[in-house]
Write a protein that binds this ligand. Structure first.
Ligand code: ZN
Length: 290
């Protein structure tokens, strides 16, 4: 969950008869607006909705999917993968930026459709297995539960996740949530290889009871957020896709039909600007808490 706290109306079973529950929220319909999938660079593809990112990284031995958006986004993401000519059954691993319903809500359904393994940071793995964040999540009071994933594997001290020849690196980016994770990998076109980053949220927002300046439920929140912002300042980064796509101006490059000049996504200052925007918001937040 990103910019502001949502008014949650509840959850309902979808009318299609499929088992995927949907979550209703003030921004959910806008977030779930469809978006044609497109190639980002090399074996990296955007398969999310218009308001919530999901990225597919492909290989001949199987694919990695990052994020599942809302529960009701899962059928769209699956359709996007197929539209690009890939098979959902070839998704071997599903990763997540952070365990809020708008990024993790569709994972259980996508796992059912693909048979993929779900791998997450230790804290995020617990939340994914329960379908609910712990009370140390700054937005705890406002978070709706979502369908839990099965057999979630915790990263522990692993620094990478591999499928066949694909290797994605783990960058722990706690602060927005205690278990937040950013993922980076190299994608190549001919001889040219670029560092691609799937960026976790850097927004210090919370329910009204939480204080980033000091809260016993998550004492490291302030240091974690500062550390995650610093991580974005220095990580190798040629292309950044953020969990909320508008945060990096993705829609100034691509339209809803997936047409756009993708060379414009290559920007080695993208992560630094993302960090700077996060830092300005965080400083304001800390001031507001005084
Ligand atoms: Zn969130």
């Amino acid at each position: 969950m990103q910019r502001r706290l949502l008014l949650l109306i509840g959850s309902a079973m979808s009318m299609s008869g499929a088992s995927a529950a949907s979550i209703d929220c003030s921004q959910c319909n806008a977030w779930n607006k469809d978006q044609a999938p497109f190639q980002v660079f090399g074996n990296t593809y955007y398969v999310g909705t218009h308001g919530l990112s999901a990225v597919l990284v492909t290989s001949p031995q199987g694919h990695v999917l990052i994020d599942g958006a809302l529960p009701q986004s899962a059928p769209l993401i699956a359709a996007h993968i197929e539209q690009l000519g890939f098979k959902v059954a070839d998704v071997k691993v599903i990763l997540n930026s952070h365990v809020h319903f708008d990024h993790a809500g569709g994972i259980a359904e996508l796992q059912k459709r693909s048979g993929a393994k779900v791998i997450a940071s230790d804290i995020a793995a617990q939340a994914l297995a329960k379908g609910k964040s712990g009370p140390n999540d700054p937005q705890f009071a406002h978070l709706p539960p979502f369908d839990p994933a099965a057999n979630v594997q915790a990263l522990s001290k692993e620094r990478t996740v591999s499928v066949g020849a694909l290797t994605l690196s783990v960058v722990h980016t706690p602060g927005h949530t205690p278990g937040g994770t950013t993922w980076t990998w190299k994608s190549c076109e001919a001889e040219r290889c670029l560092d691609v980053v799937y960026g976790d949220s850097l927004n210090a927002i919370s329910d009204p009871s939480f204080k980033y300046t000091g809260d016993a439920r998550y004492p490291n929140a302030r240091a974690d957020m500062a550390g995650s912002i610093a991580a974005f300042e220095t990580m190798p980064c040629d292309i950044l896709i953020a969990a909320h796509p508008e945060f990096t101006g993705l829609w100034s490059v691509f339209d809803e039909q997936g047409k756009g000049e993708r060379a414009k996504l290559i920007d080695s200052s993208a992560c630094k600007r993302y960090a700077a925007a996060g830092k300005a918001r965080f400083e304001q937040r800390l001031m507001n808490e005084k």
